[in-house]
Design a binder for this molecule. Structure first.
Ligand SMILES: [Zn+2]
Length: 68
């Protein structure tokens, strides 16, 4: 398993670890933000989906519940 060095305490931690087991520093900072980048991309997709789905849901609501 590839290891990275914690920027905070300098110990070797697993590359796929979320945080340093020694000092608790988030591992993404030491890993160069690769994992954080993937998460933020997924988050952007979720936000985009919400922005697309929300008007569609409102539209469907107006169709099926005319008294609103
Ligand atoms: Zn550490």
């Amino acid at each position: 398993m590839a290891k990275i060095r914690c920027l905070e305490c300098g110990s070797d931690i697993p590359r796929d670890a979320w945080s340093c087991p020694h000092c608790g520093e988030p591992a993404q900072a030491a890993a160069g933000g690769q994992t954080a980048g993937a998460i933020s991309t997924r988050g952007m997709l979720c936000v985009l989906l919400l922005f697309i789905l929300f008007p569609v849901l409102l539209f469907l609501l107006h169709i099926f519940v005319p008294e609103l």
